[in-house]
Design a protein around this ligand. Sequence first.
Ligand code: PLP
Length: 365
Amino acid sequence: MTPRIYLDHAATSPLRPGVREAMLEALESFGNPSSVHAEGRAARARVEAARHAVMRAIGAEGEGALLFTSGASEANAAALAGDGVVLAAAVEHPSVLAQPGVEILPVDARGRLDLQRLEARLARGGARLLAVMLANNETGVVQPVAEAVRLAHGAGVPVHVDAVQALGKLAIDVSALGADSLAVSAHKIGGPKGVGALWLRRPERFSPLLLGGAQEGRRRAGTENTVGIAGFAAALEAVSTEDAAWLEGLRVELEAGIIAIAADARIVGAEAPRVPHISAVALPDIDASTQVIALDLDGIAVSAGAACSSGKVASSHVLAAMGLAPAIAGATLRVSLGWSSTRTDVEHFLTAYEKLVRRGRRAAA
Ligand code: PLP
């Protein structure tokens, strides 16, 4: 059987070494973190150690409060909840764009928030929040968050940052960014699914989504997911400062190889700063789902634009917002690297990609 090559880390990453063990240990330490007895205190200690680890990872030690959630979708929903207008970049994750009151702001052709349009919109007033992601999950394009925060704060508008695709890949510092709240998720860095966190600069202003329990400082009712939280901390511990440089080197090889195979392939967002692990590749004339299926048959897991929950490929709101023609957007593949990626993975991908291009071009001729 062909060995599987996993290049879909922006959708999710396999568990990093050490995470499973930390989770098994937390499973054994079964106490409820709210209980006062020794079993409860042991579970509480794990949760608090993990909280410090996540806060450290986002430069928030000693600042504000961090609550654990079921993932970044919940963290985004909790941060945005409330009445009134939330301005959001057109390329935000659906968990942001689907919230009530969202008003979309345009991005430029590189996929970056149009700061002039943001400034003009802020001047008109009436917005209660701005939501802007640190890095996009389909293209890897990094948003001008600090500049957007300056403009928003100048207009008295706080800013929520979705940092899911940046965690472990870019240095995150809530103070340098000026963020008022920030969402992260464990499963994109080799932690378990179903656990994330929301950091709040002014927790006293936060209105909880889940009521009826004193957990998480009364900001999220429900017994904590102690096993998931322990896994999140273990994944963060395994993140190395060298990861980003290594991933960037692999991505450079990947993209150079792609262009050498198909000179008309286009790296979407290449003109903008990007996180090191995501590459969106448009290959004219070959439908993205055809590419995904052909590569899958060759043992390679990638996705078309964003991973889709329904299993079918929907048109990408991100690529449309960047002004890509539907035919090009529909021919765009997302290849995303992660902690387990190797140079051999990239080489195998390029071999399969060459086959796919040759076959596709023959069929189109
Ligand atoms: N935000 C971004 C940018 C993402 O890539 C994802 C994951 O798909 C999410 C939010 C949602 O995260 P979760 O799967 O933890 O709900």
